[in-house]
Design a protein around this ligand. Structure first.
Ligand code: LLP
Length: 432
């Protein structure tokens, strides 16, 4: 199986030691299931690998956009991670969870004055400022509140990681940050250094997602350190923090590579130490912002089959009781997932079909060309694996479908409803 927390016993798929059929019977379907032990293990791998490679002041920041609810902040917080937050909503959730907001880094290229005010009031540790307008507004609002805010500047190193278009963010023409190549990043740095209420601590970049090749992060570390050296030469300012963003990939299907995270981080650090020494700059404290690789393999989604349609001479469909409302990633990115008949897991899978969602839209698929047992029928259980990242967090009420609950499987064998399933009453709560 593609992850260590999955196992087949007889006809049944087990996840984190639990029989998925029992979970579906207890909580209904669709159902998001999260495995706490795997989240914790992923957090520890980053924490330990970064400390070993970059030193004690290195810190992984969990990228909340991958999956955000209160209990998750409690878990990553208790593992010593900081968090990347991108909206007042994420900040609010972290605050209500008791997360140490001094360890949050506030991203976004579209922060409003209200966002800035709220983040300052909450005591967000760092802003990652994207542009001159934001810096100027932040400077004014911080001054009004009598505060000086620690700020990183988001710059684009001009690196194309060659993953899919929607997640390429480090190129010169990206909507994010200020490009180094055009001189805009240097201009933004000068502005930050000149403004009251702003304490510049360093620089941030994020080149993309689903990266398996350490070369991309090595190259971006290289470009960023050279920029830090240029800033030192031009402005006499030396950065104390370098945030290289997130992006390490996960295995959705067997053909995805297995990433050696520790080795990748070690290789990036090796270049980092060498380049700092070469350029004669003090080593900045390093941050990484993993999202997907913290939560993806800690999640799966359970569905019940509603219909099986054989269109002779064309194709077959198996339709389930969820779809693009709880997982829009096929519709958005043509993402691949591994699909398992969770209560027929011992049967040969020779029935090729598209796994269709229940929304009134033909693009609502969970997987094209899934292989399932020929006897599959209404009421059977389907598991879509590796759905812990960017599923719940990107879910919607399209077609007025209530969002499913998130059930957390605790390490001690208990279960915790981390997010309740929505009711019909929830759906009309804000209707006038
Ligand atoms: N830091 C920054 C500034 C980011 O923009 C992102 C992701 C991350 C960290 C975390 O990246 P990760 O480690 O999760 O790859 N909705 C898309 C992914 C969009 C990612 C956007 N930024 C998906 O479902 O694949």
């Amino acid at each position: 199986m593609i992850a260590a927390n999955l196992e087949i016993r007889g006809a049944d798929l087990y996840f984190a030691g639990r029989r998925t059929a029992d979970l579906a019977a207890r909580y209904g379907t669709p159902l998001y299931v999260m495995d706490e032990a795997t989240v914790r293990r992923n957090c520890r791998r980053y924490r330990d690998a970064m400390r070993a490679a970059f030193g004690e002041n290195a810190l992984p920041l969990y990228a909340s956009k991958a999956c955000c609810f209160k209990e998750l902040y409690r878990i990553v917080g208790s593992e010593g991670l900081g968090a990347d937050v991108v909206s007042s909503g994420e900040i609010y959730t972290a605050r209500e969870a008791g997360f140490d907001l001094a360890k949050t880094y506030f991203h976004s290229n579209g922060k409003t004055d209200d966002d800035i005010r709220f983040a300052l009031e909450c005591g967000v540790g760092h802003f990652v400022a994207d542009n001159a307008e934001e810096l100027t507004a932040l400077s004014q609002i911080a001054a009004e509140q009598g505060k000086t805010q620690a700020v990183l500047l988001r710059v684009t190193p001009g690196i194309d990681p060659h993953t899919y278009e929607a997640v390429n963010t480090g190129r010169v023409d990206s909507k994010f940050g200020a490009p180094i190549e055009t001189g805009a990043a240097m201009a933004l740095t000068k502005l930050a250094l000149s403004l009251p209420g702003i304490a510049l601590t360093g620089f941030h970049c994020h080149v993309g997602s689903q990266l398996f090749d350490s070369d991309v992060l090595i190259r971006s570390a290289d470009v960023m350190l050279r920029f830090i050296a240029d800033v030192k030469a031009v402005c006499g300012y030396e950065a104390s923090e370098l945030d290289l963003g997130g992006g390490y990939g996960v295995r959705y299907v067997e053909s995805d590579p297995v990433l050696d995270l520790e080795e990748n981080i070690r290789l990036v650090a090796q270049r980092f130490h060498a380049v700092c020494a070469d350029l004669g700059i003090a080593e900045p404290a390093v941050r990484l912002e993993p999202g997907r690789s913290i939560v993806a393999d800690a999640g799966l989604t359970l569905y019940r089959v509603q219909s099986v349609k054989r269109i002779e001479g064309y194709k077959n469909y198996v339709a389930v009781d969820g779809g693009m409302g709880d997982n829009p990633r096929y519709a958005l990115y043509r993402s691949l997932y591994t699909v398992v008949a969770a209560d027929r897991a011992d049967e040969p899978c020779d029935f090729v079909c598209d796994l269709a969602g229940r929304c009134c839209e033909s693009g609502d698929l969970l997987r094209r060309d899934a292989a399932l047992p020929a006897g599959i029928g209404r009421g059977d259980l389907i598991a879509v694996l590796t759905t812990g990242a960017y599923n719940y967090s990107m879910s919607s009420n399209y077609n007025r479908l209530p969002r499913p609950p998130v059930v957390l499987l605790r390490e001690d064998g208990s279960e915790f409803i981390a997010v309740k399933g929505e009711t019909f009453a929830d759906l009309i709560r804000n209707d006038g």
